[in-house]
Ligand binder design. Structure first.
Ligand code: NAP
Length: 323
């Protein structure tokens, strides 16, 4: 099968498209014939191999296959798989999504609704679930709340704006001027162009800040949080801070939050069937629309990774494979 691979960490130039063995599913794994895959900042971090924490978590590159988000059709299943069979259309989290076939644990997949395109389904797993879990689980979003999304026009942000509206919040979206109309079209009630105005010095107060840019520390955001407001940190702009400064700052922030009625939460999204199904139903009903900035072919994956690494994608970047 054709797959995008790399043997050493580095920029997207180290990626090649090669013919490799089709993988075989273990007990609880599903082999998916990939129809579409999506790119995430995580793929760029893993490819680079640094910072140290990523090398520690994911190891140094030997023969590695990028991509964790995919949608496709089940080719074969491991002997213990119960929920899926060959021929089922699925989407979710897998290993090596930028390939003709990819393996996924059964627990990280959900059925793809018939009326949802493979490309739209592939755009959802990491980004939509980060937005969902950041708002609902960690941010405890309630109808009528004043919610700010910092980094509203990227992969996660475009889902977060729509989901916050679905949950009945009043949404302020922070993005660049070129994306103001996009986030408004997704339902944002108010847009702050970050080059013109700093949300952290404004008069508005927020019950929940979902921070995908990480360029305003909790201590600064406290000034614009309501007395019991929550600041959910999900992302940091690349190159913004050294890892040492980031973790040092994080410990101080968590301590500060512990002794305040205002809370800071940092989290890693967990892909699971229940949340995938929740998102799939919203997409199928037309209530949630994946925003796809650009579509690429498999051999164009390095270009997609290069664009993802600019931190200025408008929504998701999707790699389509011939069905
Ligand atoms: N915790 C988790 O589990 C988890 C999961 C997924 C992603 N993440 C992290 O969350 C972050 C966002 O992910 P993503 O997939 O949405 O990334 P993305 O698609 O690259 O989007 C990044 C967005 O940041 C915006 N941005 C750039 N500079 C900004 C600034 N100064 N102020 C506000 N916004 C700014 C850009 O908007 P403009 O082009 O309009 O400037 C862009 O749309 C990344 O750091 C990623 O690593 C975390």
């Amino acid at each position: 099968m054709k797959a995008i691979v790399y043997r050493k960490n580095g920029p997207p130039d180290v990626l090649t498209c090669e013919e490799i063995e089709k993988p075989v599913p273990s007990d609880q794994e599903v082999l998916i014939k990939v129809h579409a895959a999506a790119v995430n900042p995580l793929d760029v971090h893993m490819l680079k191999g640094g910072p140290f924490i990523f090398r520690l978590l994911f190891g140094r590159a030997k023969l590695k296959r990028p991509g964790v988000d995919c949608a496709g059709v089940v080719a074969t299943v491991g002997p213990a798989v119960k929920k899926f069979k060959a021929g089922d259309a699925v989407f979710g989290n897998c290993r090596g999504a930028f390939a003709e076939y990819a393996l996924a644990p059964e627990s990280k997949l959900a059925p793809k609704p018939e009326n949802v395109a493979f490309e739209d389904a592939a755009a959802c797993p990491v980004a939509a679930l980060t937005a969902l879990q950041g708002l609902r689980k960690h941010g405890r979003i309630q109808a009528g709340q004043n919610v700010l999304i910092n980094g509203a026009s990227g992969g996660v942000g475009t889902f977060a704006v729509q989901l916050a509206k679905i949950f009945g919040a009043h949404v302020t979206a922070v993005c660049s001027a070129r994306n103001a109309d996009l986030v408004r079209s997704l339902g944002a009630d108010r847009v702050i162009e970050y080059a013109q105005e700093d949300f952290a010095t404004g008069a508005a107060r927020y019950d929940l800040i979902l921070d995908l840019a990480g360029n305003h520390p909790f201590s600064v955001c406290q000034g614009v949080l309501t007395p019991h407001g929550i600041h959910v940190g999900a992302g940091v702009l690349a190159g913004q801070k050294s890892l040492f400064a980031m973790f040092g700052g994080l410990i101080g922030t968590l301590l500060r939050s512990r002794f305040s009625s205002q809370k800071f939460v940092v989290f890693m999204a967990k892909v699971n069937r229940e949340d995938l199904t929740f998102v799939a139903e919203l997409v199928a009903n037309g209530k949630l629309k994946p925003v796809i900035d650009k579509k690429y072919t498999l051999v164009e994956a390095p270009e997609a990774m290069r664009y993802q690494g600019t931190w200025h994608a408008r929504g998701k970047l999707v790699i389509g494979l011939d069905a």
